[in-house]
Design a protein around this ligand. Sequence first.
Ligand SMILES: [Zn+2]
Length: 252
Amino acid sequence: MRQCLFCDNRANSKEDIWPKWLIALLKPQTPIVGYIGQDELSHNSPRVVSRCACKTCNNGWMSKLETANIPLVGCLAQDISTPLDMLQQFTIAQWAMKTTMAFASINLTTHGGWFTLEERHGLRALSRLPVRSSVWLGRYSGSGRIGSESHTIQYAIPGDGIADGYACTLLVGHLMLQVFALHVPVEKEDHRTPFGVPWNVGDWERLLVQIFPSRIPLARWPPPDSISNFNVLAGRFSLSRAVRAASRRRPK
Ligand SMILES: [Zn+2]
């Protein structure tokens, strides 16, 4: 029996990972393409459906989250300049995390994917994003595309040990969303040692708006500069301190 990603029920419902309203809104010109590591998820139909949730979740909190995001993600995807208060930032961050968790479950061998049960259930029950996670928004200068890329990255922790990172980059029209989450060994959690994840050099302050953890009460989208190459953002975390990064193939 396959279990719902977000609760203890049986996964008896099919979730459209790219919601129908978004596809109807953007009418993507090219097939939707997603990547998890080297596994290409290519879909000639824009629908990407996964049996990852139960009816109660799908028709309950997930549906509410979609409804709350239609005016938010919908505006940004269509390139409408929008101020985002802290609640709106958090609402978009929840949507990005839910979508990331659904993608992470599709073709990783462990059911549930990279995220722990506590993290997945916490999103549903407590509206809580994983402890060491962040979400950013960027503006894509192209248009008419929907896509995603996810990969795992491992970092050596100063001293010893390995931290496991997961990066997921989503593209919907003019909106790019990036989720990064980190698992550190339990014994390291206790030390409260800050573990800064380094990323590739780039003018990220001008290219991205961090919406989780929120840094400003009123964030503005779009950021000052735009991104023309999906790969530049998707590859932001693959760098020298990573001891092993899953190789990536991404939408060109
Ligand atoms: Zn459920």
